[in-house]
Design a protein around this ligand. Structure first.
Ligand SMILES: N=c1c2ncn([C@@H]3O[C@H](COP(=O)(O)OP(=O)(O)OP(=O)(O)O)[C@@H](O)[C@H]3O)c2ncn1[C@@H]1O[C@H](COP(=O)(O)O)[C@@H](O)[C@H]1O
Length: 96
């Protein structure tokens, strides 16, 4: 089990943002002729939040859908240029 998996994924996403390739995450972080990148990511966060609610009520796929929601929230932070350590520092701050 790699505790640093979140940081590893975050760094990959920063690469996808700065050096786009033909992939899901590069594509969603690029504005297209129909929708701004931010709106596409926010739409996915809404969808994934709904899927977490359904997974919880059905007691199935909760880990899978939670990972989708957390992933898309991390994708938003990457897209907005937030450093992962800012998020970690906020959780540390909440520990009091
Ligand atoms: N962790 C993820 C990850 N989690 C979810 N997703 C994508 O998020 C999308 C979720 O959309 P959907 O919910 O429609 O897809 P779904 O979950 O299969 O279907 P449902 O939830 O609708 O049932 C899918 O296309 C998933 O592939 C992810 N895409 C990428 N990553 C990581 O990001 C890296 C870079 O990804 P790419 O740039 O796409 O190679 C990957 O190597 C992974 O480490």
């Amino acid at each position: 089990m790699k505790d640093e998996i979140i940081r590893e994924v975050y760094q990959v996403l920063e690469g996808r943002r700065d050096h786009p390739i033909d992939s899901y995450t590069s594509r969603i972080m690029q504005d297209d002729d129909k929708k701004k990148a931010e709106d596409k990511i926010l739409e996915k966060i809404g969808e994934e939040a709904a899927e977490v609610i359904i997974a919880s009520k059905n007691d199935e796929n909760l880990v899978y859908e939670s990972a989708d929601l957390i992933f898309h929230t991390l994708l938003l932070l990457v897209y907005k240029g937030v450093d992962l350590d800012e998020l970690y520092q906020e959780f540390e701050r909440r520990r009091g």
